[in-house]
Design a protein around this ligand. Sequence first.
Ligand code: PFF
Length: 452
Amino acid sequence: IASSNDGLQPRSAFSSRLGFVMAAAGSAVGVGNIWGFPTQVAGHGGAAFILVYLLMVVVLAYPMLVAEMTIGRMAQKNPVAAMGSLSDKPFWKKTGAVVGIAGIVTLSLIISFYAIISGWLLAFMLEPLAKLAGMTGLASWLTSFSTSLNLIAMGAFMAVTIHVVRAGVSNGIERWSKKLMPMMFILLIGLAAYIMTLEGAEQGLLMYLKPDFSHILEPSLLVNAMGQAFFSLSLGVCAIMVYGSYLSEKESLPKTAAMVTALDTSVALLAGLLVIPAMTVAQANGVTIYAPDGTLLESDTLVFTVLPALFNSMGAAGSLVAIAFFALMSIAALTSSISMLEAPVNTVCEQLNSCRSRMSIVIGGAVSVVSAIIILNFEALFGLVVTLTTVYGQPLLALLFGLMLTWVLRRDRLLNELKKGSPDMEQSLFWKIWPWYVKFVCPVLMLFVLLK
Ligand code: PFF
């Protein structure tokens, strides 16, 4: 079993390539794809944003994804130990471990805000059921965003996450990802197809697919697109690194990373076909989607006010659509949050030699306490934590991972790891370009985006 594998070599805990791809794509596909991407597209010039986003995925996020997976698989250890093993020099061992710890701390903060949002998604999924059962008091509490709801819904979501992580890598994470990801796909495609048949959907399609290039010059566009790409691919915070450490040496790193990137990007693009037309259908039904100054409403208002208003106006079918939509979001959120909890759990288990089951509860509990602190100081902390971790933390840490891999690790060790699972690697363009690209080009590109 996976948990007894922890720390042993090799520890390829995923039973197959499919298992890894489903779990890693499960980590990548989340609230960022289904909510973040479409609302960013709608607010930043439609297809103009899509183009810049795709560019960011190809030129920065994918190369960094390979880097982070490579560190994990080469070390076959938890992220902190993995980062500490890139060099034999004491200075780099310490520096690596510190960067690893910074990744784990950032990740723990990401779970603590992600669980709050995910709690709301769960509550909004249950609300139509409460209504159908005639429990109107419960139904209005579920959509109240009150402190009691926020605490209980966050706690419930964390409990499910802990339950999956406790069961181990193959028995918990892989098993659940293989079940949940296809379910998520079916819901997404079904919902998008349904929304597309409704009146007003066409305007949404237009808003989505027609590029408004006036936005290309906005200074925030590049940073937003890069942040979105790094968040969407779960980069820089050890979640992908820990999954990489469970990947079999028979698999090719560039290929599996390409599959994960392709799945993540496809889901984001598909989610745009659902969420943006749904917004304009709502508008056709009399729901406002623009603020008085003519800009699109805030993304949380769109998801938690505009879309529910649309579902409400659709009668009995609306309840079903609402349940399906929030189930889709909750499932996507769950496969992401289990990847987030896995990294600290694996690290603490291995470093302290303690058992997975207990540590899942202890660490999941500690994260829930941080989450509760954010809930109780929502105005002051929520936005701050989101910005610090995702806008600054993720790109910066991903960059440090890439730099340590290419500057600190001996080049022959890096190339040797890349060859595993790809017998014809030496002939490939990837082999010739990638190590050099991550070493020199990525840092320059990222600095350019961040300082622009
Ligand atoms: N990629 C997830 C999303 O798009 O919602 C969020 C995420 C998961 C970020 C895992 C970071 C992470 F480690």
